[in-house]
Design a protein around this ligand. Structure first.
Ligand SMILES: C[S@@+](CC[C@H](N)C(=O)[O-])C[C@H]1O[C@@H](n2cnc3c(N)ncnc32)[C@H](O)[C@@H]1O
Length: 379
């Protein structure tokens, strides 16, 4: 069944396939929050054109910070404090009230709306998504026709956000230019990984390889959940350098720096070369393979097949292919538009994995974030 070239595979025969209905992870009870909540709360403020614009302005101007610690304030008072035009601020605040960022509070004053207060614990996710959405919206509104004509320019030049650069020697300029997209990706991943940890039991291996693991956010969360595990991130030299900084910061915040330094390692490897380090008994590729064309993705799968010993688990956690005939793309998800043509059906991975001697054990949708989880082991 798995040797049929690019044809569609009947996934129902491969293993358990379906929507995630709950957690099989015995650790699940430790988690009191539903990982979908941050995404749902933030999505409301990404919807449409005016709403994300006014939310972004309120954050950037410091209006949210001003209102966070107090009961309410009038536009006049806030305009003075923020040194902005009073009439423009009043208009902005009226729009913010229309979009459930602000709510009336007594005589001519406004306060943060309850709905917006509830999103503030996830302010990093909100700000990262607003910022990236702005890039995509700009490119979309100005250059969508060119994007259809020349998709590579749309992704590379028009959005100009992700700069993957595997040069062995990098300078301070590349380090700084890489920070925004590394931080953006890492922020999304911070909120993606709780779904993965709920759905997959990483105690199946001890020495994990995280392919294209960025600044180690996923590796840190796996290591925290599974104290017996070590996770080695392979990524480009510049991203590994940012990863070492990230690890120090996260370890400092969490009070577990010494343990994280021991459990999470970075190894600069150019995945384009098709060779991976040995000595691992499990591997994960999250949000990685869609970035590569078929040839590149196959080369990575070949390298994983060579690097892992028999029985070792290999997990793919990837954006799922959107079926736009079945479901519309909401404005709040416009950021996914440039990648819609990159996401492959699960059957592509299942076929390719089968050809390389991986046993596909389970394919599962994580519908809340439009991801799929493909669990396999090396035969
Ligand atoms: C879309 S990001 C996903 C990052 C991470 N897995 C996550 O989900 O947060 C793709 C990652 O692949 C890395 N990458 C791209 N080209 C690479 C190469 N030639 N060698 C190693 N890593 C590469 C990037 O630096 C980036 O961290």
């Amino acid at each position: 069944m798995l040797e049929g070239g690019a044809r569609e595979v009947d996934l129902a025969k491969v293993g358990a396939v379906g929507e995630r209905v709950g957690s099989r992870d015995p650790c699940h009870h430790r988690h009191v929050t539903n990982p979908a909540i941050p995404w749902e709360r933030v999505a409301f403020y990404l919807d449409g054109l005016i709403r994300p614009s006014v939310v972004g302005a309120a954050l950037e101007l410091g209006l949210v910070d001003r209102l966070e610690g107090r009961a309410g304030a009038s536009p006049d008072v806030l305009a003075r404090e923020l040194a902005v035009d009073a009439r423009e601020l009043e208009i902005l605040m009226d729009l913010l009230a229309q979009h459930e960022v602000l709510a009336p509070h007594g005589d001519g004053e406004l306060t943060l709306a309850t709905r917006f207060r509830e999103v503030l614990p996830y302010r990093d996710l909100l700000e990262a998504q607003l910022d990236y959405q702005r890039h995509v919206t700009r490119a979309m509104t100005s250059h969508y026709a060119s994007a259809v004509r020349e998709p590579h320019r749309f992704l590379g030049a028009l959005i100009g956000f992700f700069h993957f650069d595997a040069r062995p020697n990098f300078d301070a300029a590349l380090l700084d230019a890489s920070r925004p997209w590394v931080r953006y990706m890492s922020t999304l991943t911070r909120y993606h990984v709780p779904f993965l940890l709920d759905a997959y039991d990483f105690s199946r291996a001890r020495r994990w390889l995280d392919l294209g693991g960025n600044n180690g956010e996923q590796a840190i969360q796996i290591a925290r959940r599974h104290p017996e595990a070590t996770v080695t991130v392979v990524d480009t030299p510049v991203v590994c350098a940012l990863g070492r900084e990230h690890l120090e910061r996260r370890g400092g915040e969490g009070g577990d720096l010494a343990r994280l330094r021991d459990a999470v390692r970075f190894d600069a490897v150019d995945l384009a070369r098709g060779a991976l380090p040995g000595g691992f008994d499990g591997a994960i590729a999250k949000s990685l393979l869609h970035d590569w064309n078929e040839e590149g993705a196959r080369r990575i799968l070949d390298a994983v097949a060579r690097a892992l010993p028999p029985g070792a688990p290999f997990v793919i956690f990837e954006g799922e292919r959107y079926d736009l005939k079945q479901r519309s793309l909401p404005d709040a998800e416009v950021a996914n538009l440039p990648f819609l043509s990159h996401y492959r059906p699960a059957s592509w991975y299942v076929d390719e994995l089968g050809r390389r001697g991986f046993r596909v054990e389970r394919v599962e949708r994580v519908a809340e974030i439009h991801f799929m989880l493909i669990e396999t082991s090396r035969s």
